[in-house]
Design a protein. Structure first.
Length: 136
């Protein structure tokens, strides 16, 4: 099942169970993906779902900085919890360090390329870059 299909099913489940924040942000995400699909004439990809979800999480994070009302903060945090369920499990620092060491690569560019090819969306780029510099 694709990430887009999973998203649609989770939004339907959230709507049926009355989870307003999750269903609302899920519908926004579906709308953004469908807009991109229509604009580009492409099919939804897992990477597209991850990228759009990350963008919404980042946008919500920026809103949290400026939101004083606790009720609104709670809604934003609930939205982010829902969006994070759509993202792959992140590699721990130790796992990332092990993967980088086992590539046998020494230059940062090829290491990052390897990570993106084999572990896309599963690692923090800043942490990976820092580890790649330490390993070499």
């Amino acid at each position: 099942m694709s990430a887009f299909q999973i998203l649609k099913s989770q939004v339907l489940k959230a709507r049926k169970s009355g989870e307003k924040a999750a269903s609302s942000v899920g519908l926004v995400l579906i709308g953004e993906i469908e807009t991109e699909i229509k604009r580009n004439g492409s099919e939804p990809t897992d990477e597209m779902v991850m990228a759009k979800a990350k963008k919404l999480i980042q946008s919500n994070g920026e809103m949290l900085v400026h939101t004083i009302d606790q009720e609104k903060r709670d809604v934003i945090l609930t939205e982010n919890q829902f969006l994070e369920t759509l993202l792959p499990q992140q590699l721990s620092e130790d796992a990332l360090r092990s993967i980088i060491k086992n590539t046998g690569l020494t230059a940062i560019g090829p290491i990052m390329g390897h990570l993106k090819k084999h572990h896309n969306g599963q690692f923090d780029g800043k942490m990976a870059s820092k580890i790649a510099k330490e390993v070499n």
